[in-house]
Design a binder for this molecule. Structure first.
Ligand SMILES: NC(=O)c1ccc[n+]([C@@H]2O[C@H](COP(=O)([O-])OP(=O)(O)OC[C@H]3O[C@@H](n4cnc5c(N)ncnc54)[C@H](O)[C@@H]3O)[C@@H](O)[C@H]2O)c1
Ligand SMILES: O=C(O)C[C@H](O)C(=O)O
Length: 360
């Protein structure tokens, strides 16, 4: 099987599972199948994962918590925020799924929320308003991510960390430096969530080319801000021919898709629903990897040797230790190579800014 084909199958199975998990009837049948599978397949060792959402009362946090509450891989869901988590947790706890949900509120309860967690998802922080860049959020969100990661180093140093808070290009280096300082850094465990870029690329390409959305897989590399988002249309599965005009329009739309939502929301924030969907897909991929399921791949922003930059998003194979393998960029077109050279300059500055925030 070709690599592209294997990757497309992996992406499709993730989407399929997520979709079934959202339906109460579907969930029951997935659980029955999961039970049969775990008896038959020694690789599936547990579906008892403990997951914390930090920023759980926010726009992303609430929808994401609902999706995670419906995921049969999760038995214990902890919702942490500075306010309103008792209400969100009470509300979610009435849904008849097997996962226990508990609310934690305020810094005093943060470490309790994190204790024993296998996966921590962080959407805490302020979103953009029209006219702002993601980097404009650094002044507030850098400190939030630093403090939350410091608590993780104490309460769940071995957990996988999924960082959603922007600017992801800098918040992942911040998290890394915090874990290094605490003496518990494992490069395989810290992820910048760029899944929304893949979700968008798949959607826009399927629409443009009249393809079945369930079949499409477009890798997106680089980072998660403006021109650092680089969709590799030349690696689209199934193989597609694009005119140069289509390539230009799709690339620029994918790079600006976050801004498209920010402008449409006109001051009421940025993407929350599509982001919750994307984060639920990424969380599920991490848990499937932890469970020993083979061939779980997602594009994500991680510590990387694929380029000369210390962090970079490419396709990653997820496994029992987190990022087991960071895949290379592969063959790209001259158009993509041109963007790659440009994005490296911006990404380098964002990485250095994040590292300096913790170390200076
Ligand atoms: N990675 C991506 O693709 C992506 C996509 C969309 C949004 N985002 C980012 O996600 C973040 C959240 O967006 P949102 O729309 O949910 O914002 P929001 O304002 O609706 O929610 C943020 C939540 O974080 C909470 N929070 C703030 N400081 C906190 C702290 N110290 N501890 C715990 N919780 C804290 C707030 O109380 C709030 O409930 C933003 O930074 C946004 O830019 C990233
Ligand atoms: O655009 C934003 O500010 C939020 C997020 O990064 C997105 O891509 O939607």
């Amino acid at each position: 099987m070709s690599c592209a084909r294997a990757d497309a199958l992996s992406a499709r199975s993730t989407l399929g599972r997520s979709r079934r998990g959202m339906d109460a009837r579907g969930r029951a049948s997935v659980r029955a199948r999961a039970g049969a599978r775990s008896r038959a397949n020694a690789l599936v060792t547990t579906s008892e994962y403990k997951v914390a959402v930090l920023g759980a009362a926010g726009g992303i946090g609430q929808s994401l918590s609902l999706l995670l509450k419906m995921n049969p891989l999760i038995s214990d869901l902890r919702l942490y925020d500075l306010a309103n988590t008792p209400g969100v947790a009470a509300d979610l706890s009435h849904t008849n799924t097997g996962c226990k949900v508990t609310g934690f509120m305020g810094a005093d309860q943060l470490e309790d929320a994190l204790k024993g967690c296998d996966l921590v998802v962080i959407p805490a922080g302020v979103p953009r308003k029209p006219g702002m860049t993601r980097d404009d959020l650094f002044a507030i969100n850098a400190g939030i991510v630093r403090d939350l990661c410091q608590a993780c180093t104490k309460a769940c140093p071995n957990a996988l960390i999924n960082i959603i808070s922007n600017p992801v290009n800098s918040t992942v280096p911040i998290a890394t430096e915090v874990f290094k300082k605490a003496g518990c850094y494992d490069a395989r465990k810290i992820f910048g969530v760029t899944t929304l870029d893949i979700v968008r690329s798949n959607t826009f390409v399927a629409e443009a080319k009249g393809l079945d959305i369930n079949d499409v897989d477009v890798p997106v590399i680089g980072g998660h801000a403006g021109i650092t988002i680089l969709p590799l249309l030349s690696q689209t599965y199934p193989k597609c021919e694009f005119t140069s005009d289509e390539i230009e329009k799709l690339t620029v739309r994918i790079q600006n898709a976050g801004t498209e939502v920010v402008e449409a929301k006109a001051g009421a924030g940025s993407a929350t629903l599509s982001m919750a969907y994307a984060a639920a897909r990424m969380a599920e991929a991490c848990l499937r990897g932890l469970s020993g399921e083979p061939d779980v791949y997602e594009c994500t922003y991680v510590a990387s040797n694929v380029t000369e930059l210390p962090f970079f998003a490419t396709k990653v194979r997820l496994g029992p230790n987190g990022a087991e393998e960071v895949l290379p960029i592969g063959d790209i077109s001259a158009y993509e190579a041109d963007w790659l050279a440009k994005l490296k300059v911006e990404l380098t500055g964002s990485i250095e800014k994040g590292m300096a925030f913790v170390n200076n």
